[in-house]
Design a protein around this ligand. Structure first.
Ligand SMILES: [Zn+2]
Length: 417
């Protein structure tokens, strides 16, 4: 059976140039005693926007691991696929993030719902999680509500899973189910019953991505109360642990945190809670690497700085169009965005400092950073020139990518000094 390591990181590399720098961060962590499985993920939306194919991610992952002599496991994740988009990912991927968000809230058949409810009678009343302080009062109508909201989605997850399994054969790939791209977070009790649904559909689930409370905006810090998050995260973790034993799910089933990049305010909590309970984690960091490319080009000065300034100016013009697909996962205060005339005067240090995520740096502007995050489409429109600049300034750019993943993410999450 293909199994994901205890710790794994989802690495997004939209333009396919930074796999080597990202892998270097993984190798450095290993030298410090933290083994992390690299997973290169790219969604259908990103492929469509940039004009790449799922097979390109496989080629890159194979190439950078071979070049580095990396002999450990690594994966290529078909990120956020559904029944309509999965096909072209099947051959080249060995990790599938089955996205059921769009099915949540659609009702399964009455008979399926009542069957599910009658199979959960033993949890009605005072429901305690053995070995923990967690206890909940659960009513039959509550379970029915949960089934009405999530059962159809779990049946759909199974349909998608079967489609993949038919081609790849059982146990030859990692299965994740994601429910993060919805407005409402799932409670620990909901998570427990969702896991029961997925288990009864016989899905060999290795990671699950719930939606947590607070805002997980792309490329910037967590917005919400970190202590509340910690409590919720720990409850979810204990629920998963109990569900694994109760429903016979894979032993290594773990939490996946989407839009996980840059959530510096909660990393120490995640790190200490998984350590306390000896659990694994999958952290998706996706689009943050593209921002590092922009920072690296800004630092390279000259033509490269002019290019990224031009991307920013264009993004101001096209802000509505660029932000629309990401409206649930960004919060940009337009009045705090620097104007074209201001930025025209900026030197390379000022531009890089404005979008590099160093909390406390007076130049840092998380509104501008979020806008750049969604502006990758504009670089894709000038692909040849963009690639030429990435190649010409490879050393600076790859150093930015490496430092971001290693220093700001891995070291914080795993408390590497
Ligand atoms: Zn996601």
């Amino acid at each position: 059976m293909k199994t994901l390591g205890k710790y794994s990181i989802g690495l997004g590399d939209r333009f396919g140039h930074q796999g080597g720098a990202q892998l270097k961060a993984i190798i450095e962590a290993s030298k410090k005693g933290i083994e992390i499985t690299p997973v290169w993920n790219k969604s259908n939306r990103e492929h469509t926007t940039i004009g790449t194919l799922p097979g390109d991610v496989r080629i890159e992952a194979d190439k950078v691991t071979t070049n580095a002599g990396f002999k450990k496991a690594y994966f290529v994740d078909a990120d956020h696929i559904n029944i309509d988009t999965v096909d072209r990912f099947i051959e080249s991927s060995d990790f599938f993030t089955i996205d059921v968000a769009s099915y949540i809230g659609k009702k399964a058949e009455e008979k399926e719902i009542s069957e599910f409810v009658s199979g959960t009678k033993k949890y009605i009343g005072n429901f305690r999680i053995p070995g923990t302080k967690l206890s909940f009062n659960i009513s039959e109508s509550q379970i029915k509500q949960i089934a009405e909201k999530y059962l159809f989605a779990s049946i759909k997850a199974f349909d998608i899973y079967r489609k993949i399994e038919k081609v790849k054969m059982k146990n030859n790939f990692i299965t994740e189910v994601s429910m993060d791209e919805v407005p409402q977070p799932q409670t620990p009790v909901e998570l427990f019953f969702i896991l029961k649904m997925l288990a009864s559909e016989n899905i060999p689930l290795q990671t699950i991505a719930p939606k947590f409370s607070g805002r997980f905006n792309k490329g910037v810090d967590y917005v919400g109360d970190p202590l509340k998050f910690a409590e919720e995260f720990e409850s979810d973790l204990l629920m998963i642990d109990f569900a694994v034993k109760e429903f016979g799910l894979p032993d290594n089933l773990k939490m996946s945190i989407h839009s996980g990049s840059d959530k510096f305010a909660i990393y120490s909590h995640i790190g200490s809670i998984i350590k306390k309970h000896d659990k694994g984690i999958h952290l998706k960091t996706a689009g943050t690497t593209w921002i590092e490319e922009v920072i690296g080009l800004a630092e390279s000065n000259g033509e490269a700085l002019d290019f990224v300034k031009e991307i920013y100016f264009k993004s101001l013009e096209k802000i509505d169009e660029l932000c629309a697909p990401y409206s649930d996962v960004i919060d940009i205060k337009i009045s705090s965005l620097p104007s074209r005339s201001e930025v025209l005067k900026w030197d390379s240090k000022k531009f890089a400092g404005s979008i590099r995520h160093i909390p406390g740096n007076k130049d840092y502007n998380d509104n501008m950073r979020q806008l750049i995050h969604v502006a990758y489409k504009l670089a894709a429109l000038k692909m040849d020139h963009y690639y030429q600049l990435l190649d010409a300034n490879e050393e600076i750019v790859s150093q930015c990518v490496y430092e971001n993943i290693y220093n700001r993410h891995i070291c914080r999450l795993f408390s590497i000094e």
